[in-house]
Design a protein around this ligand. Sequence first.
Ligand code: SUG
Length: 447
Amino acid sequence: MKDVQEVNFDGLVGPTHNYSGLAHGNVASMSHVGLVSNPKEGALQGLAKMKSLLDAGFAQGVLPPQQRPDLGALRALGFSGTNAEVLSRAAQEAPQLLRAVCSASSMWTANAGTVTPSADAPDGKVHFTPANLQSSFHRFLEPETTGRVLASIFRDQAHFAHHPALPATPAFSDEGAANHTRLCGAYGEPGVHLFVYGRQAFGGTREPQRYPARQTLEASQAIARQHGLTPAQTVFAQQHPDAIDAGVFHNDVIAVGNGPVLLYHEMAFLDEEATLEALRAKMTTPLIPVRVPSEAISLDDAVSTYLFNSQLLSQPDGSMTLVVPGECQENEAVWRTIQDLLLAGANPIGEVLVKDVKQSMRNGGGPACLRLRVALSEEERQAIGGRVLLDEALYTELTAWVERHYRDRLAPDDLADPQLAEETLTALDELTRLLGIGNVYPFQLGH
Ligand code: SUG
């Protein structure tokens, strides 16, 4: 058995992190619109989470933010002139577009793409597909750069295979790993891939009525085909439409899996029994379902505290650590349920770590949204390009970099400030050198 470890690649919170309420169906994003954000605090909160997991013995990676404002996108939409003119025209004529091209949403790397570890792929390589994120304009701007970043880090073709994002059209709407869970014994053993979709593009059944379903069955099936996964390795399950209508815009807001454990709310799947049955039938190791009923935690509490957006991480002895956002501690029912989980003998969850990621939470991103999981063998870890695996020195340098470049207050009206675009460019230029990831940005300032 190869020594396979899960590496969590967290997205760095970018310098333009702000509250523009861009994400329809994401209750936190919609309700915090207009607040003044603190990008510096957001980035430091993210780095502190990464550092504490590193200190706890987990492998931790980091992914860079994207270049925002995306002036190229504004130019493609017909705004012309100097950069300052492009920004001020957009601010006057189409403020909603300016806000979209400034979003720091690439921090939520659970939506960067879908990853299949080499143990499951027929060619023995780790497979990547960037998510097309076509369901919102601000996130549709991400996949091109995401693809370049992933290809730069996982550049060794002997170990890594990259696929194009799916066609960016509603039938293939794809939001990446947030709707994908790999269940297995040890990470190096064969796994079963649970793909959760919100709707079927061609001939679907029930759909949510209030908020959009962001993942289609057709997209999930296409990803499985790209990665060479067979029907024996995959389960496709529909997310409960009522959960989507309550603000569960991704499966990772209502369920989290790790190894053989699936921690989920009873409203996670439209057909709970069939989903568990299909998993049991295909897994080579016994599934450990941990079901949280609505009587214990209401859907609304699940959404406001993000309990299920926790990270579930394996310790070397097989026990698991649950990394929850601070909001869970502030809700009595949720905190009591966590204590019950820790005490119950029937699951391996033995420890809870509470992390403050409030800046991200106000836009609907908890601990699990902030990370992309990549299970890697020792040889594959060695093949990684750039300096993206966190250690003490990199943490110190990244913290100093944030302190040097980030603002501690950003109101939606500040987004048109050409100075902000310059600052971001300078910061990212320095970051690419610090991380050794090469030219992944379409740099376009300085004129
Ligand atoms: O796509 N929020 C993100 C949050 C993504 C959370 N990811 C996971 N659940 N995996 C979204 O809804 C808000 C951005 C803004 O308002 O600027 C936003 O895009």
